[in-house]
Write a protein that binds this ligand. Structure first.
Ligand SMILES: [Zn+2]
Length: 137
């Protein structure tokens, strides 16, 4: 009976040397992503292998700055008040957990959101196109 495992040695997925998600691109600040050159899968963060097909043929990309709020919750954090946190489906179908800024209009699933940056902090907020001209009654 053969007892040897055929499992390959695990490869570190995240590149821990470049752990920052936010970076500056010609089009402005964007979250860093990785695109697989073999299967085309796009992922959040800088990876050394594809999380779908385990190919190491991957390259860094700028993720879209806009997406749709999939779901959210409001964390009640001592001292800091309420911290909305949500899943955003970026326009390339990458889902990410992010801080959500809530303006005067309450958040709701399905709204369009866009990336915002303040110093080293990034978040998503209702897209400007969502706050203007939506109601004509
Ligand atoms: Zn792949």
């Amino acid at each position: 009976m053969k007892t040897e495992s055929a499992a390959r040695v695990s490869v570190v997925i995240a590149d821990m040397e470049t752990d920052e998600l936010l970076s500056m691109f010609p089009e402005g600040p964007r979250l860093l992503g990785t695109r697989c050159g073999d299967c085309g899968r796009e992922m959040i963060g800088t990876r050394v292998v594809c999380s779908t097909c385990v190919s190491s043929n991957v390259g860094t990309i700028a993720l879209p700055s806009t997406g749709t709020l999939y779901s959210f919750t409001r964390l009640h954090v001592g001292g800091d008040g309420v911290r909305p946190l949500g899943y955003v489906d970026l326009d390339n179908d990458v889902r990410t957990l992010a801080d959500i800024r809530e303006g005067d209009t309450p958040l709701e699933p399905g709204i369009r959101v866009e990336l915002g940056v303040e110093g080293d902090n990034w978040f998503f907020a209702r897209a400007a196109s969502e706050t203007k001209g939506q109601r004509h009654d």
